[in-house]
Design a protein around this ligand. Sequence first.
Ligand code: ZN
Length: 332
Amino acid sequence: MRVLARMRRPSKAAVLASILLLLAGCGGEAEGGAGTAERGGGAADAGKPGVVASFYPLFFLASEIGGERVNVSNLVPTGVEPHDWTPKSRDLARISQADLFLHSGAGFEGWTDELLEGIEADSGVRVVEAGRGIALIPIDEEADADEHGHEHDGHGHEEGFDPHIWVSPKSMLRMAENVRDALIEADPANAAAYEANHEALAGRLRALDEAYERELSGLPRRDIVVSHRAFAYLCRDYGLNQIAVMGLTPEAEPKAQDLKRIVEFVRENGIRYIFFEELVSDRLARTLANEAGAETLVLNPVEGLTPEQEAKGDDYVTIMEMNLQNLKKALQ
Ligand code: ZN
């Protein structure tokens, strides 16, 4: 709260930076930026529009579609699980100095509403919901469809919808269009480049979508047991059914009777794998798998990359390809 209060009364430095940024002409030919804008991710740098993404999937879209022509930064650092991340004052300054701020609009980043109230009054940043147009899945509908009766942790989900929209190639295709349109609006001079970059990315995402359609359609099993309830959109789009051990945030601890029911479900249905994710401890998934006579496999909700994945050059598409391989293994 202190951070937000401070944002409403921005520091002299932040005000000065926004004024200098306006003088430099956001997204225009700033003639080397006149050395005014702070260097670093997200700030307008040498006339390039500064784009701040709230977490990895949006950072990926903005980097791919913006290419060399924008200066993109990701608020959540590599290796950090983003559910409980909250912005610090330097992050708020970064957003208010940027030309474009991308957030999901689906409630994943629970801090955005209050933050944006503080920012919009004194910053020219353009705020875009990258998930606009995606039909959100109500949390209650999921609970009804799931006879295991999970408690839903409300953190970051006050609007009552499952926020994990990006965990499906079909959603990402829509989000990529929204990011393309936002970049063109912020920087119309480079529209042709953004169109071309978007087309290349959309080609990769369409190929991914087609692989999911083709390779999952013929498999006999449809139930996936996952540690973190992050796969509702994937399940909706490709006809699968998610049984989640934990809640919508990976740290939401399950109750003993829920665990018992899941172990029974796994045994009764001959489920061979329980999925866990890399940014969170796999202790619970391993214990459960052991108890139920199953094994564990990774199913990555692509909320962020690990430093190793980043170093290897993995991205949203390569991780979703690995997810598909593991899903096939589990559903055979
Ligand atoms: Zn999540």
